[in-house]
Design a protein. Structure first.
Length: 124
């Protein structure tokens, strides 16, 4: 029934303007704004809806993953822009904050609202 729908994902933030500054200035994303909502324009023609929620509580899981060719370069570039990478118990990360466990190499960070994002590199 919904197989042909152009579905999209969304998540909340507590401050739309702060989020917009972070997504454009820090992450370098193309962002449009309409009726107080943000649309993150991502590679491949996809978009993600970001909506305001004053009593926002961040999810305890990753809401957005950014595949990259070179995770070390991506992490270094984000650190230069002020991003701090998260470390989680039981997931031993290297000095950059990159977890090199059984799946893709991955490093997690949060947006100003506390939503968890990641950069990840498929192992090849």
């Amino acid at each position: 029934m919904l197989g042909g729908s152009k579905a999209f994902s969304g998540f909340a933030v507590n401050d739309i303007e702060e989020a917009k500054r972070f997504y454009t200035g820090t992450l370098g994303l193309e962002v449009t704004e309409e009726h107080g909502l943000l649309h993150l324009l991502l590679g491949g023609g996809t978009s993600v809806l970001v909506y305001p929620k004053p009593e926002h509580t961040p999810a305890t899981f990753t809401v957005l993953n950014f595949p990259v060719e070179d995770i070390e370069a991506a992490v270094d570039a984000l650190v230069e822009r002020g991003v701090r990478f998260e470390r989680y118990p039981g997931m031993e990360a290297d000095d950059r904050g990159i977890f090199r466990g059984g799946g893709p190499y991955i490093a997690w960070f949060t947006d100003p609202a506390g939503n968890v994002f990641s950069v990840l590199q498929e192992r090849g």
